[in-house]
Design a protein around this ligand. Structure first.
Ligand code: SAM
Length: 209
């Protein structure tokens, strides 16, 4: 279970970061590479402009933009109201997008869930995987990222993250084990920044069983 103490800790941390999150150069460089890999893994929507997707932990809306461009109808959900405010300001009013901090509004079932840079903060991610399994349709696709334990760049990132919000690196095997326990089957694994096994980020695509 993700305790309410933990969630309010994240809320405080990310609210504080929200005003300048998108200007962080490290986030931008790594993010550009991650978004490229995500773009390659993104399934096309079953119905353009109608199939709904959840951007879980949407932050300032980087992935939301990508999902809208691909033709999804998107809900961006983040527990930090500050992040949600920034995402709204960045994307503006559109009928195919809404942003929320309300977990009720994020309840699915979703055909696609994308969580970029969320697992980073969960050394024990079992509860998060269970939550995603409850939110997604059977047969739906989940795309997630996490810092790669085999990457020296990810070690630097996790070391520096203590000044913002502590992040943890993982192995692909660890991620896959948690995913299987929650009812997901991984079907693709890639790396970003750079696109090598020692790249900063593991990007995993999974199907909900
Ligand atoms: C590093 S930011 C990534 C933001 C965005 N996905 C991006 O890549 O730019 C992680 C975000 O996940 C959110 N988050 C973490 N745990 C969450 C949870 N359990 N529910 C909703 N949002 C969460 C945080 O508030 C934060 O805004």
């Amino acid at each position: 279970m993700i305790t309410s103490e933990k969630l309010s800790y994240f809320l405080r941390r990310f609210d504080r970061l929200s005003n300048y999150y998108r200007y962080n150069p490290f986030t931008r460089w790594v993010g550009a590479s991650e978004l490229g890999v995500m773009r390659d893994l993104l399934p096309p929507p079953a119905q353009h402009g109608e199939t709904s997707a959840l951007d879980f932990g949407c932050g300032t809306g980087r992935i939301t933009k990508l999902l809208l461009k691909a033709g999804y109808c998107v809900t961006g959900y983040d527990l930090s109201p500050g992040m949600v405010k920034q995402a709204r300001a960045a994307i503006g009013e559109r009928k195919d997008v809404r942003f929320t901090s309300d977990p009720e509004a994020a309840s699915g079932p979703w055909a696609l869930i994308v969580a970029l840079g969320v697992l980073d903060y969960y050394p024990d991610s079992v509860a998060l995987w269970r939550e995603w399994r409850q939110l997604i349709q059977t047969g739906g696709t989940l795309l997630v990222t996490a810092p790669n334990v085999h990457s020296p760049l990810a070690w630097i990132y996790t070391m520096l993250s203590r000044f913002t919000c502590q992040a943890y690196a993982v192995t692909f095997e660890n991620l896959a084990a948690s995913a299987w326990m929650a009812g997901f089957t991984p079907f693709d694994v890639r790396f970003a920044f750079p696109r090598r096994w020692w790249g900063h980020t593991v990007v995993m695509a999974l199907r909900a069983d």
